[in-house]
Design a protein around this ligand. Structure first.
Ligand code: AGP
Length: 606
């Protein structure tokens, strides 16, 4: 999704801005641009495509100067074209923008009446002209930005510079993250701390509604016109981008990191007897026990993690668990029974749909507001009462892998903690805890079957449609497998609960259609076998990911035997196998696996 980087320094800033943009590439974008002030002049470059194209443009046309803004854009208003890329200009000023301005149409009409002309389709240009108009009527850049933050509706972050005031950058945060980097005699702004790592470890996280004024030697922050102080944090060096090492793609590296990050997620949270130690707060036992209903809200892969957790929690805790996609939860009447907790799950902690769902939930009478997240200083972490961190480390590949399996691990821990709060001495829960302790090595064992999985990928890479089947725990696994495949290979893939085939999708099955079934050795195996026969009877091409003890009958196009098991944690093991499948197909097709088309790592618009 869009990225902002800005810098004011004693030295030239174009290289700093460029390195910042490169650090944000993982978030997904379709164009990039930069503007730098030198003396009384402002100059800019904008390119559709990768940051590398902007870099080449800069070689041909350098932008000297010590004050500048830069941006990677992910199209929302207007196609990915140069005229829609940022910075957007209005006379003496230029502006970059993340997020969406909802009342842009209203202001566009107002500006047209005032004689302003538009050269882009963006809501950003509306903000640039408004700032310009405000300065034309006497405001300085800072007060114009303070006014603008109030006048615009939506969720956004802005940074602007002007040749009329070439000694500072002004930025504001309203619904989209923004962080200030503090250097020695230099300051920076970025939408993600990743962009700051090449230049500083000191940072200030802006709060909602903050407007910041950055000069070389000082930073001032205002909230509703009043000066406020915000603490300076030290960026964790761990959040720096390690290298891909020998791996061809970040996604492959992240798939193989899973045994280590699952161990990290469990570290200090389970004792050797499988008992959960306090996860969220020292007094958690009493209030976890009192939860009688759970509402879980998330998007995409995080939603799939929640679906797996519903099976776990309803089975082990026997409490009703309602799981919903955040963008749906947002726009319907939600009924909240007594003693219900709200849980939102997000890898980034910045997904706007999920944050808005949390804000809606905050207005309801939930008993607790909980989160599961991977980014310590994210908005989500700050807005929930208690957050369970997944400790997956930075995930660079847009397609979520290690973030997902650590979410599942965190949900498993939460389920055990809630169970333990209800029955402190439950033998079953302790056994489950011991199984969870073995999960990192179980996943290692699945990864050892990568070569066999690649053979199935070779067959699927020729296809245009794939159906994934699973039953019980494996239905959300099939959904996640289908999402992974379509995200990075662009092959159309759908998931069905295997028992649902005969209610419609069976009409699609013929000799051309590949069907991937996930078959752990669990109590639903017989039922799944019957569904697989339905596929075989119609000549469908059946590919099975089966537990080592399972011997599927009939004709198969492909079979991978894996240590999936048949226990409650089999969905984690099976998911890892399907991640490898999707990765192999996409890599063999030669796709940009880490930055698939049209997608962004962190979706900060509605
Ligand atoms: C995962 O592969 C996807 N890129 C996407 O579905 C993602 O899980 C979703 O956008 C939610 O992101 P979050 O976990 O950061 O909130």
């Amino acid at each position: 999704m869009c990225g902002i980087v800005a810098a004011i320094a004693e030295r030239e800033v174009s290289r700093i801005l460029l390195e910042g943009l490169k650090a944000l590439e993982y978030r997904g974008y379709d164009s990039a641009g930069m503007a730098v002030i030198q003396g009384q002049a402002i100059d800019s470059l904008r390119e559709v495509g990768k940051v590398q194209r902007l870099e080449q443009a800069l070689e041909a046309h350098p932008l000297p100067g010590r004050l500048g803004i830069a941006h990677t854009r992910w199209a929302t208003h207007g196609k990915p074209e140069t005229r829609n890329a940022h910075p957007q200009a209005s006379g003496h000023l230029m502006l970059v923008h993340n997020g969406v301005i909802e009342n842009h149409q209203h202001w566009r009409e107002h500006l047209l009446e005032q004689g302003y002309q538009f050269s882009s389709d963006t809501d950003t240009e509306v903000a640039a002209h408004l700032l310009h108009q405000r300065m034309a009527s006497g405001d300085e850049l800072l007060s114009a930005m303070q006014w603008l933050a109030g006048a615009l509706e939506g969720a956004f972050a802005l940074a602007a510079i002007s040749t009329k005031e070439p000694e500072h950058i002004v930025a504001c945060r309203k619904g989209a993250p923004l962080v200030i980097g503090v250097g020695i005699g230099e300051h920076f702004v970025a939408s993600d701390p990743m962009a700051l790592l090449p230049v500083t470890r000191q940072c200030i996280y802006l709060e909602e509604g903050d407007v910041a004024d950055l000069q070389r030697e000082s930073v001032s922050i205002y909230q509703q016109g009043q000066a406020v102080k915000r603490p300076v944090h030290r960026l964790d060096t761990e959040s720096g981008r390690a290298s891909k090492g020998a791996y061809r793609h970040w996604m492959l590296k992240e798939i193989h990191e899973q045994p280590a990050v699952l161990a990290e997620c469990l570290e200090g949270r389970l004792d050797s007897q499988g008992r959960v130690l306090p996860l969220l707060a020292h007094d958690e036992s009493a209030w976890l026990q009192s939860i009688e209903n759970l509402h879980i809200v998330a998007c995409g892969t995080s939603y799939h993690a929640a679906l797996v957790a519903r099976y776990w929690m309803e089975e082990w805790l026997q409490i009703p668990v309602h799981v919903e996609i955040a963008s749906e939860y947002l726009y319907r009447r939600v009924v909240v029974p007594d003693k219900t907790a709200f849980l939102c799950i997000s890898q980034s902690g910045e997904t706007l749909d999920t944050l808005n769902a949390l804000r809606k939930a905050r207005k309801k009478a939930y008993q607790h507001y909980l989160g599961i997240c991977n980014v310590a200083r994210s908005t989500l972490v700050r807005e929930v009462d208690h957050c369970l961190m997944t400790r997956a480390g930075p995930e660079i590949g847009v397609a979520s892998t290690k973030a997902y399996t650590t979410q599942l691990t965190a949900l498993a821990l939460l389920m055990l903690a809630m169970g333990q709060a209800r029955d402190e001495n439950s033998e079953n829960l302790q056994q489950a805890g011991k199984q969870l302790l073995r999960l990192p090595s179980d996943v290692e064992a699945v990864l050892a079957h990568a070569d066999a999985i690649r053979q199935i990928a070779e067959a699927l890479m020729q296809k245009t449609n794939v159906i994934f089947l699973g039953r019980g725990y494996q239905y959300p696994v099939a959904m996640e497998g289908a999402l992974k495949l379509k995200e990075i290979s662009y092959i159309h893939a759908e998931a069905y609960p295997a028992g649902e085939l005969k209610h419609g999708p069976l009409a699609l099955v013929n000799e051309e259609l590949p069907v991937v079934a996930v078959a752990p050795n669990d109590r639903l195996l017989q039922k799944l076998q019957a569904n697989m026969k339905e596929v075989q009877a119609r000549g469908g091409q059946l590919y099975v990911f089966a537990d080592e003890a399972v011997q599927p009958e009939g004709q198969l196009r492909g079979l991978v035997h894996l240590p999936l098991g048949g226990d409650w944690l089999s969905p984690v093991r099976a998911s890892v196998a399907l991640q490898l499948l999707a990765y192999d197909v996409a890599a063999m097709l030669g796709h940009d696996v880490d930055q698939p088309r049209n997608l962004a790592k962190s979706v900060t618009v509605e």
